[in-house]
Design a protein around this ligand. Sequence first.
Ligand code: TYD
Length: 209
Amino acid sequence: MSSKSGGTLIVLEGIDGSGKSTQAKLLYDWLIKEGYKAVLLREPTNGKYGRILREKLKSGKLPPDEAYRLFLLDRIEDVRTNIIPALKKGYVVVIDRYFISTIAYQGASGIPIDKIISDHKKYGVPIPDIVFVLDIPADEAINRLKRLKRNFDSFEKKDFLEKVRKIYLNVGRYIPTLVIIVDATRNVKEVHELIINYVSRFLSGEKEE
Ligand code: TYD
């Protein structure tokens, strides 16, 4: 990881079904409406490694080491191709999942968190300005996904997601940045308002405690 200059990097995180993709899009739309130069990204990306990842995640078993390797490769490509260039141009970059997902998911699947952090440092992955963790109990998230009629893969099992959630709730101890835990059981509008409240204060230069 590395500190960055210029631009603002805002990350939306949470377990599957937490609503982070919806919130990332709403935040991006709000930034554009407010006149900011903004870009909306997501990981896994639609690039070479991201596509391989989606295929392999769908088709069942992906060994933890192999998953970790692919997520890291996808991230390094995203950082070099999309994130750093946008930050250099002064954009507000909103990203739906980032290395915090790797800490939480691959950490929960047994990859040592120290190793995840040191690998990301080695590749100079920029540290975000704000991380929103949308927090929801795993069973509630799974019920939401069921209502959306989505299929569950091995990534979406309750015990595993509960383990991932626990790491998310403590992720502030691993990364030197502002981590805001948001109660994602609230409705879409309330969560959005809470997020833009923090973001607008951050962008207008006020520091959070
Ligand atoms: P997800 O955000 O659900 O993508 P999509 O909406 O396209 O399905 O991400 C897919 C899965 O990948 C999800 O279960 C979380 C997992 N994941 C990791 O395990 N590590 C990572 O570093 C990232 C970015 C995602």
